[in-house]
Design a protein around this ligand. Structure first.
Ligand SMILES: Nc1ncnc2c1ncn2[C@@H]1O[C@H](COP(=O)(O)OP(=O)(O)OP(=O)(O)O)[C@@H](O)[C@H]1O
Ligand SMILES: [Mg+2]
Length: 252
């Protein structure tokens, strides 16, 4: 697996500074072709330290979801560097990238993306089985219990509420114990109260496991619960500032 020195950016090898878990530099990406071609990411730089929570906000169409796809290794960039936990994603072939994703990155979407003909338990077990984890079903059960769904193990997605489905999606993302959790408007399809519960769960699990969280949201109140808020505009990072969690930490 590419964890060798040649995949580590030279600037990261010097000194004893902690290795950022996410390091994007000068990332460009154009999507679509012909008349629908759009230069979506225009020289994006983003450095995130391990265990940090980052809220990403910005206008519709500014490139937030695309940025998450790049961090999640789901979209390859045209130029620039994407280094995750010291690994250069561009240096990986598709199989290496898929294996790296499976071990290191958990993804939660706005529309839960559960597999309809599988139960909650089976949905959560899938990534574990793909990663060759022993006792995948037992581990999946633990994860569902951890998100409060111990009573819904054999329910199919259509037999669960939106909030429950999103909790299954969380359990599935968390099950392989990823270093990085990315979430794209995870409360966008939920009512305010359910959204709040999901958010609390998200931050609780993030702190508990020391995961790095990158959360895209249109809700500035939610973004500010992160340690850092990053504003994207027209495919570039416009500003980055401290969120409330970080200010809370500083106050002690
Ligand atoms: N496959 C594609 N082909 C062409 N253009 C695309 C493609 N995917 C996205 N785009 C364009 O790239 C831009 C950024 O899209 P993206 O989904 O990243 O925006 P966003 O910031 O997440 O917006 P929203 O807040 O509405 O979810 C948009 O203008 C979109 O139309
Ligand atoms: Mg989006």
């Amino acid at each position: 697996m590419p964890n060798t020195d040649d995949h580590i950016a030279p600037s990261l090898q010097a000194g004893n500074a902690p290795l950022p878990v996410i390091n994007l530099s000068n990332v460009h990406l154009t999507l679509g072709s012909g008349a629908s071609e759009v230069h979506v990411l225009k020289g994006m730089d983003l450095v995130v330290q391990s265990g940090q929570s980052v809220g990403v906000v910005g206008p519709s169409g500014s490139g937030k979801s695309t940025l998450l796809m790049v961090i999640g290794g789901l979209e390859r960039v045209d130029s620039g560097k994407v280094i995750l936990d010291g690994n250069d994603l561009e240096a990986m072939n598709e199989d290496e990238l898929a294996a790296f994703r499976g071990r290191n990155i958990g993804i939660v979407f706005q529309s839960f993306h559960l597999i309809p003909n599988m139960t909650a338990l089976e949905n959560v077990a899938v990534p574990l089985e793909l990663a060759g984890v022993e006792n995948a079903l037992a581990k999946a059960e633990q994860e569902l219990i951890a998100v409060g769904l111990g009573e819904r193990l054999s329910h199919y997605p259509t037999e669960m509420s939106g909030g429950e489905q999103q909790r299954v999606a969380f359990a599935r993302a968390l099950a392989p114990n990823p270093k990085i959790l990315i979430a794209d408007e995870p409360t966008g399809n939920l009512d305010d109260e359910t959204g709040e519960q999901i958010t609390d769960l998200l931050f609780e699990k993030q702190r508990e496991r020391g995961m790095t969280l990158v959360l895209v949201t249109h809700d500035t109140h939610l973004a500010e619960k992160c340690q850092r808020v990053v504003r994207v505009r027209s495919g570039e990072i416009e500003t980055t500032s401290d969120g409330l969690a970080s200010i809370g930490q500083k106050l002690g």
